[in-house]
Design a protein around this ligand. Structure first.
Ligand code: SF4
Length: 213
């Protein structure tokens, strides 16, 4: 697993990269559909790495009230998923793409979505949540089939890297491929909530052991 400090720096780098990419996209006349309160992406079959799940678990356990609320939310989400799995909802689906499409149709909200449609774990949200931007309208995102995803261009990536060198900060950054490899997709084994549940269980058990030991 990546140490939390390294992961937080990586997440900051991803955000900075995307701020640059979106600014470049807008400069060329593009319109970004994403806005606060739009939650269509937060109902997809989202995954994260073990390191990100561990950081999310640490964030959840940092405050008692948050721990109660978000642990309950993760438990409820997993129960909802397990009911779907038990009913065979995923059985006939051949691959992740099919699961993503089917899952979207189940209309299950991410357990970290608050009642007022904000992300309760925004500062530690995983890579996937930081790096998906749509150029269609929010209505298009509602169908999850018509979305024109914004991609970084070679030009915008080069501009970003050049800016880093000019600012003397190049040693803090890998290029985009290196950042991607840091959070390898091979680590990604399931839904965010599945992994966070594992990380939470481990963290709570370690805490119990420490208090009784
Ligand atoms: S972690 Fe936050 S941004 Fe990511 S899917 Fe859940 S609510 Fe949305």
């Amino acid at each position: 697993m990546i140490p939390h400090a390294d992961l937080v720096l990586f997440q900051h780098n991803v955000d900075t990269f995307w701020e640059h990419t979106l600014a470049s996209f807008r400069d060329k006349g593009g319109a970004v559909a994403c806005e606060t309160g739009c939650i269509h992406c937060c109902k997809v079959y989202a995954t994260c790495s073990e390191s990100e799940a561990d950081l999310l678990a640490a964030f959840i356990c940092r405050e008692p009230e948050r721990e109660i609320a978000l642990t309950d939310a993760v438990d409820a989400y997993i129960a909802e998923l397990n009911a779907l799995r038990a009913a065979g909802a995923y059985d006939a689906l051949p691959d992740d793409n099919a699961r993503i499409s089917a899952h979207f149709g189940f209309d299950i909200r991410c357990p970290f979505l608050t009642a007022d449609d904000l992300c309760a774990a925004y500062i530690v949200r995983p890579f996937g949540c930081r790096s998906h931007w749509a150029a269609d309208t929010p209505d298009a995102c509602a169908t999850a089939t018509l979305v024109q995803k914004i991609q970084p261009t070679e030009e915008s990536t080069d501009e970003f890297v050049d800016g880093l060198h000019e600012a003397g900060r190049a040693d803090q950054y890998a290029d985009y491929d290196d950042i991607g490899r840091t959070l390898s997709q091979e680590e990604t084994v399931g839904l965010i909530a599945d992994q966070v549940e594992l990380a939470l269980t481990r963290r709570l058990m370690e805490r119990d052991d420490a208090s009784t030991g």
